[in-house]
Design a protein around this ligand. Structure first.
Ligand code: J2J
Length: 538
């Protein structure tokens, strides 16, 4: 089994410890601590369930004993694909307790993505809910099993059919292993990168806990706060900015929202007196529209975090009037760096910037294409390193060579400018991905899938501005022989077992792509030409 690691140079690690960013806590350790301090307070609510901190801890311990009873050994990887239910937490903290490594998949992922995670992480087990949102995850588990090797166990929350139901696994009587080193990798997050399938991001206990502890502080979470997870909780934003982990760290109450529709979310905000939640810009727009006619009382909401994609100043300036709460912009990434506008910032900053970094030790460089630093106000490529930004992806030398500079900066691929006060304004993106309502879609990945169709000679996928999604995907296709139907092509991509958000929103057939004098087409230039050609015709 390939070793998991995430290493900072010794002198940096020393500094991060000295400054108190890394405190030697572990994921399970902090929850256990909270359960000792406030055992009877509610930790999480979902459906009919209301679990106290002590109750959550007990369930996590029981699940740890179940995972060990399956024969899983410390350090092995377990792909977790669960919706917004309290069991997400009892499973994940159970894995932490057993020194197993969760790999966080989104509910939208399908056989291609899950098989990729299983193989890349060399996962030994896969945990799913039986059904959610009309989809049967046991069918998916069968497909994944057929496509991969080494996946010894499929564990199901609910009716398991031929798999193992979590609740029916007898608990191991043996002692639980000692808690892991805080400097070790706690789990693998997934990247929303621009090339190929998602990459795996090893995050350590030390670095991740720092990011959500500091986030909870910046966002003002405390014991009386009620945090609602509205986006899929496995995503880095609702997980850690400040997210469910930040909420647990702060001793707050979590409400698991099964769907981010205004109807469902507003009903829960009223019922549970939610004080904070986070959404992507398209959802913020929908909620703002819905609030004017909503029958629900959402006056408990104090802070709305908006991030994942650029929130334009125009709607940003209307949040307070529409929803009666403070807007907090957040610009983050699963690889690390997270920026927030601060709650006491003047409106001008809250509306017009995407915030400033969490940590005084987040190093931010804005450079031109040749790596030369730019002056404040000039847009350029954002590079960053710091106490919670990774130095390497898991098991991916090519991506590591591309994504990190020699001195350890992560190349975010974002184009930003910085104000004199140190706030970042996102201007665009250098990489070729489509930021579709916060879901990152790699152009290359979709092109590869389209090219697998016999009727496709060549394909180029580009992002097109969209009034609702922010960006949508458009595939330009040169057909081979008879032109395939649009519906057929979309069904083909879907049929290859990809998350629905990766199916091209639009397909345009063309006779040829413009080639350069040299004849070879640079994909980046080509995508830019096609984008411009498309925009001229609308
Ligand atoms: C513009 N682009 C943004 C913003 C992210 C908190 C919040 C979001 C994420 C996330 C996250 C943006 N304006 N406000 O992990 O902890 C785009 C950038 C960035 C990429 C990262 C968190 N907020 N983005 O979205 O790993 O392009 O994380 O590099 O999914 O989203 O995507 P992801």
């Amino acid at each position: 089994m390939q070793e998991l690691k995430q290493v900072w140079p010794e002198k940096d690690a020393l500094r991060y410890r000295e400054k108190g960013y890394w405190r030697g806590e572990t994921m399970f350790g902090f929850l256990a601590q909270r359960a000792r301090e406030i055992p009877d307070r509610i930790a999480v609510i979902g459906g009919e369930q209301r679990w106290t901190y002590a109750g959550l801890l007990e369930r996590a311990n029981e699940n740890a004993a179940r995972f060990l009873a399956l024969g899983l050994c410390p350090g092995q990887r377990v792909v977790v694909q669960l919706p917004n239910i309290p069991e997400f937490l009892s499973v994940v903290f159970g894995l932490f307790r057993a020194n197993l490594i969760p790999v966080f998949a989104l509910p939208a992922h399908r056989v291609t993505e899950i098989s990729h995670f299983v193989e890349k992480a060399q996962a030994s087990a896969y945990v799913v809910a039986a059904r959610d949102g009309g989809f049967d995850y046991r069918v998916l588990a069968r497909e994944v099993r057929a496509r991969t090797v080494g996946l010894g166990h499929v564990v199901v929350i609910g009716e398991a059919e031929e798999f193992r139901a979590l609740d029916d696994i007898p608990r191991s009587e043996g002692a639980l292993p000692p808690l892991p080193s805080p400097a070790g990798v706690a789990f693998l997050q997934i990247s929303g990168g621009s090339t190929g399938l998602p990459k795996l991001i090893p995050r350590t206990h030390d670095d991740y806990i720092y990011s959500f502890r500091a986030s909870a502080d910046i966002c003002g979470l405390g014991k009386n706060s009620v945090f609602m997870a509205a986006l899929p909780v496995a995503h880095n934003f609702p997980m850690s900015s400040p997210g469910v982990f930040g909420a647990l760290y702060a001793g707050s109450r979590i409400v698991m929202c099964p769907s981010p529709s205004a109807e469902t979310a507003f009903a829960l905000i009223e019922q549970e007196r939610v004080t904070m939640t986070g959404v992507v810009p398209p959802l913020a727009l929908l909620w703002m529209q819905a609030a004017s006619t909503s029958k629900y009382d959402i006056s408990s909401l104090e802070v709305l975090l908006v991030g994942g994609a650029k929130f334009s100043p125009e709607p940003a300036s209307g949040v307070r009037a529409a929803l009666g709460c403070t807007l907090q912009q957040v610009f983050g990434m699963a690889e690390g760096l997270v920026n927030y506008t601060r709650l006491d910032d003047p409106d001008d900053i809250i509306v017009n910037t995407q915030g400033r970094p969490i940590s005084p030790d987040d190093e931010v460089l804005i450079v031109d294409d040749y790596g030369n630093p730019l002056a404040d106000g000039e847009p350029g490529l954002l590079l960053t390193r710091g106490p919670y930004t990774i130095r390497a992806y898991h098991n991916d030398d090519a991506a590591n060579a591309r994504s990190f500079t020699e001195d350890g900066y992560y190349r975010t691929g974002d184009i930003v400018s910085r104000t004199r006060a140190g706030y970042l304004v996102v201007q665009g993106r250098a990489g070729d991905h489509i930021n579709r309502a916060g879901e990152k879609v790699s152009a290359e990945e979709i092109e590869d899938n389209l090219l697998a169709h016999p009727g496709v000679f060549d394909a180029a996928v580009v992002s097109i501005p969209d009034p609702y999604l922010g960006e949508r995907s458009c595939a330009f296709i040169i057909p081979k022989g008879e032109r395939p139907g649009v519906v057929v092509l979309k069904a083909f991509v879907r049929g290859r077992g990809l998350a629905e958000f990766k199916v091209p929103d639009q397909i345009v057939f063309v006779d040829a792509f413009q080639t350069t004098a040299v004849g070879k087409v640079n994909r980046k230039v080509l995508r830019q030409q096609l984008r411009e050609r498309f925009l001229k015709t609308v």
